[in-house]
Design a protein around this ligand. Sequence first.
Ligand code: SAH
Ligand code: SF4
Ligand code: F3S
Length: 470
Amino acid sequence: MTESTTSDYAPPSARIARGEIRRASVKSFGCQMNVYDSQRMADLAALEGYAEAADVENADLIVLNTCHIREKASEKIYSELGKLSELKDERRKAGRRTTLVVAGCLAQAEGAEILRRQPAVDVVVGPQSYHRLPQLLREAQVRSGVIDTDFPAEDKFSRLPPSSREAIARRGAAAFVTVQEGCDKFCSFCVVPYTRGAEASRPVGAILEEIGRLAGAGVREVTLIGQNVNAYHELDSSGRPIRLSDLIRAVAAVPGIRRIRYATSHPNDMADDLVAAHRDVEALAPFLHLPVQSGSDRVLASMNRRHRVADYLDIVARARAARPDIALSSDFIVGYPGESDPEFRATLDLVAHVRFASSYAFKYSPRPGTPAAEMEGQVADAVKASRLAELQAMLEKQRQAFNRASIGRRFDVLFEKPGRREGQVIGRSPYMQAVFAEGHLSLVGAMVEVEIIAAGPNSLQGRIVSPASQ
Ligand code: SAH
Ligand code: SF4
Ligand code: F3S
């Protein structure tokens, strides 16, 4: 990486001194990893002198941080790019320059194809090289169609500027922190190993420093994120191995941090020490998002998941033994190639057996370059659609039952924003349920004990029982 300032490039301070305020809009698609990356790209843009744009029409820099996981996700982005190219044209006619950046997993997967399909795009940058965004923006001033989809050896995280106190405070009291990235598991249906690269864990010291800064600026809850977060492994300064459970314990000791979550876990890395952390670490939320994908051993084997249904059920039993109030959520794919009706029914059986608090279910989407896309026995869309509807109906019933069973319980709620009605605040329970209560706006950012008094379809109503504790 070169730290150069080309002659046509005025440094931010000079531009600000001249009273030119430029604005940036970063829009995130896809998973939590992208939300985190989008924030870091906004931090980079801020250092380049871009203020946050209230809406995309006023943005001089537009970044779409994209997802490639299912076909719909990718197509949505091309249609968004179509609209943005028109916006760019209108702004140009009004004498305003707009720089359009496509970042994220679609950028990584399609690279130059994006420029071919949408020539209005100025920069294409992948998830492992976005720390170079300032340089790429400079290059884009002198030539069109700059692409960087490298997997550089340099550590992206150590090259990213820390988020400012103001940015942290604006983003609220619950924050994501990427601790692990990439995936070596190569499930047959999934693009992530190709778009994010090999599994890598961030050093403990850097993570704790980042979380310390977040806590100092008001963050009370962190979600440690990674594509396979429970595969986290690193060494501490004395060379001792550190696993996710050790990291969780260290994060729990950071002053100000009240609640810890982690996502997403893979069943094969759900070791005893992590289960034990659910028993021992009070700040660790009693909630486990553990994708299973299917309830059929044959389908799981074809997916290259390398776990069986019985392994999954065993983890659920161990987690419930360690922490009886733990709740589970999962991801499911229906209509995977070759999935028969009885195999789909086996997924329903698993759901009935486990009982989930909430879950995501998807129709299988063939992705270019993945083994499953080439398999025989692709399932007709109508069959996928009816299976999805049946599974989603069952998952929704379980979610409602879980919410109803919350009535009368007392939860620590982290209030995040004003509620829809005046005099109300809204936040999240340990189980990610939205909870609203009558309360003063000053409660936003605080973790408060709340008794649940009613359950609606999409949120719970609570009554504050304890004074706010920061
Ligand atoms: N690393 C996580 C999640 C990865 S992507 C894991 O291992 O579970 C999030 C979810 O998207 C997956 O759990 C899976 O359910 C879904 N998904 C991934 N590829 C898909 C595809 N080709 N079609 C439909 N759903 C897919
Ligand atoms: Fe994709 Fe499987 Fe890796 Fe999850 S574990 S990111 S589903 S390849
Ligand atoms: Fe999508 Fe990439 Fe996340 S494909 S789900 S944004 S890792």
